[in-house]
Design a protein around this ligand. Structure first.
Ligand code: C6P
Length: 414
């Protein structure tokens, strides 16, 4: 039998870079080295043009008008929903709820599933490495419901303790909410296994996929989660648009969240009936242009290929880890064996904010601070870190620029 070797197209990183207008900018006299992709990735021209085309030619309200523009806007908006469904392999468009972003998605779950299911004494389980968006909504919910927030510990590498997690799951656990990838440490959780443990006990599972979706292929059916949340602006789309994937069998049982137009079927002063899924959870005029842009980002990512992106970013991570480790006094925070393409670090005697400012003077954009993960900072006993987070368009040459700029900055600041 002939051996079929798949053709591996060369990963044309320079060609990809050329499609991002913002990457052509010069900052403080230097070519921009954009390494803050974990916060927001840049947008390719295809996304910018799709949003512009919508605004110029098709802008109207959705689901309301019989006129041409409204029908075009509706087709584009619902078309984007279909693209999202395909992108994460959801079973149906009814499982895709458009929201503002990951934060809103998690608040939606807390405000519906949480408020309807949690009784005093029940428990919600999260992990130590969560972003505030996957801590605070649960904390607020637990306070309202008289429930308990339980936190799974992690080790000094930033690996969440699976055995401790299993031990925490009990008869009172109603919800497990976990990051797929940590934004502060880069840790990739073996989320499928975490989900399986909860599901076997009938516990609802919520995954914060904000930092996972841009870097690897997501298959929500294979993961088996009830909810999966992510944001458009971290996956080369616009801000103000995100997705809550919700398994239909669960979503159908939830009470509505926000009330208003589009989420209803009939309204009278005595009684309101609800729209069908997913519109029941999309009160008010949605971010139509954002959804169109997100759909364009998904098309564009499909052309590049998630597997190719993952391979390229794995190379960047390995290279950056090796190069940054050569800088005296630099400590990498987050050394899990399975990491997404970001490096968080501290430098002895130098405050991250000063470092970030000096790097910016050289055109290098990194994020400094607590990364909305204050418990992680507390765990590692640091006030903040500097974080370089890589995207599909970054290069080894840019990591060398970061290395050189860091070396100069540290020399200046110490
Ligand atoms: N993290 C970062 O620089 P929103 O803001 O709703 O789009 O996403 C919130 C969010 C939730 N979970 C994780 C794991 C995240 O990383 C983020 C956003 C940005 O790391 C801004 S703090």
């Amino acid at each position: 039998m002939a051996l079929i070797v798949p053709l591996r197209r060369e990963y044309d990183v320079l060609g990809l870079r050329g499609q991002f207008p913002a990457l052509q900018r010069r900052i403080n006299g230097r070519a921009l080295t954009y390494l803050d992709n974990g916060a927001s990735a840049q947008q390719p021209a295809a996304v910018i043009e799709a949003v512009s085309d919508y605004s110029r030619n098709h802008h109207s309200n959705v689901h309301r008008g019989v006129h041409t523009l409204s029908q075009e806007a509706t087709a584009l908006f619902e078309g984007a929903r279909g693209k999202v469904r395909g992108f994460i392999n959801a079973a149906s468009d009814r499982e895709i709820v458009f929201v503002r972003g990951t934060t809103e998605a998690i608040n939606l779950v807390a405000g519906t599933l949480g408020r309807s299911r949690l009784q005093p004494g029940d428990e919600v389980v999260i992990s130590w490495l969560e972003h505030h968006a996957n801590i605070v909504p649960w904390q607020m919910l637990c306070e309202q419901a008289g429930a308990q927030l339980r936190v799974v510990p992690m080790d000094r590498r930033g690996v969440v303790d699976f055995d401790a997690y299993r031990a925490l799951l009990g008869p009172r656990t109603k919800i497990v909410a976990l990051a797929h990838v940590s934004n502060a440490l880069g840790t990739v959780l073996p989320i499928r296994e975490f989900i399986a443990e909860a599901r076997a006990r009938g516990i609802a599972t919520v995954v914060d996929g904000a930092q996972a979706v841009p870097h690897q292929r997501i298959d929500v059916q294979a993961l088996g989660c009830d909810f999966y949340a992510f944001s458009g602006h971290k996956m080369y789309g616009p801000t103000g648009i995100g997705v809550l994937y919700a398994r239909e069998a669960v979503l159908a049982t939830l009470p509505p969240w926000q009330g208003g137009g589009d989420m209803i079927l009939t309204v009278s002063f005595t009684r309101t009936t609800w729209n069908s899924l997913p519109w029941r959870f999309e009160a008010g005029t949605p971010n139509i242009a954002g959804a169109v842009g997100l759909g364009a980002a998904i098309d564009w990512l499909g052309q590049v290929g998630m597997e190719a992106i993952a391979a390229h970013e794995a190379d960047l991570l390995a290279f950056a880890t090796e190069r940054l480790a050569t800088i005296p006094g630099l400590t990498i925070i987050g050394t899990a064996p399975d990491k997404a393409s970001l490096v968080s670090f501290t430098v002895d005697g130098v405050h991250p904010h000063d470092l970030g400012t000096v790097l910016d003077a050289e055109g290098v954009a990194v994020r400094t601070g607590h990364h909305c993960a204050m418990p992680v900072m507390e765990f590692f006993d640091v006030p903040a870190t500097t974080r370089a987070s890589f995207a599909l368009y970054n290069t080894r040459a840019e990591i060398e620029i970061l290395h050189a700029a860091l070396t100069r900055a540290i020399g200046m600041l110490r």
